[in-house]
Design a protein around this ligand. Structure first.
Ligand code: C5P
Length: 234
């Protein structure tokens, strides 16, 4: 079992989007001095199982599994991840207020320290893709509406595009946690992300945490890439 040292205060969560525990632990060992935490998503969790949370260190993990199911099932899943002791996990706002409330209540009964946040609109979605699934609103409008629902359900915050942070902050107040993927240093490849900002811009607009994946993990020297971004944020 690998034990990594405690992390400095740093707003970067690195998305460990890799297919195996060995690759994830190797990245975490390289990156821990330069980042604030690690995001474990579906690819890694499905391959490596819950023990990867312990290996990386639950207190610095954002577990991004985007629960979206009936309230009773989400409550059970929320209990299980809160028991792992993760720093943050998420549910999908499109599951509705009742589902989000059930997840938040169940998690807090088990572990009051774990934060639960809602995914609003995926940062890979644009207006045309929202139309395709029957949402006629602009992404920013839909994201603000879903953030209000998350707050009403008692969630600690949301995952949203950096472009939506200012309007959600105005709507939901200073204590609402905002975690933003879709972050790209100037000149970096967008990949499938459509609504992006640079790390500095995302923080300036009021984001609390930045999720950054490929610009760090696919760089020739991931530690150097993370260090460069962290230094620009100081
Ligand atoms: O590599 P990249 O920086 O695009 O990684 C972004 C990460 O954030 C991915 O793990 C993706 O699943 C996640 N994410 C996202 N948009 C959301 C929620 C999560 O891109 N709305």
């Amino acid at each position: 079992m690998t034990t990594l040292p405690k992390l400095n205060k740093n707003p970067i969560f690195v998305a460990l989007d890799v297919p195996a525990a060995t690759a994830a632990v190797q990245l975490a060992q390289q990156l821990h001095p330069h980042v604030g935490g690690f995001k474990i998503g579906l690819e890694l969790f499905c391959a490596a199982g819950p023990q990867i949370v312990e290996e990386i260190g639950a207190e610095k993990v954002f577990l991004d599994l985007k629960f979206h199911d009936i309230p009773n099932t989400v409550a059970g899943a929320a209990r299980s991840v809160a028991r792992l002791g993760v720093m943050i996990f998420n549910v999908h706002c499109l599951g509705g207020v009742e589902m989000m409330r059930a997840g938040a209540m169940a998690a807090r009964e088990v572990n009051a320290a774990t934060k639960i946040i809602g995914v609003t609109i995926l940062t890979s979605h644009d207006a045309a893709q929202l139309q395709e699934i029957g949402l006629a609103e602009e992404p920013a409008v839909a994201a603000r509406r879903l953030a209000q629902m998350a707050q009403q359900a008692g969630l600690d915050g949301v995952v949203c595009s950096p472009q939506e942070v200012a309007s959600i902050r105005a709507e939901c107040g200073p204590d609402f946690l905002m975690v933003t993927p879709g972050v790209r240093p100037a000149g970096a490849a967008l990949g499938d992300q459509k609504r992006v900002m640079t790390p500095q811009e995302a923080l300036a607009t009021g984001a609390n945490w930045l999720v950054i994946g490929r610009p760090i993990t696919a760089a020739p020297d991931p530690a150097q890439a993370a260090r460069a971004i962290a230094q620009e944020l100081v």
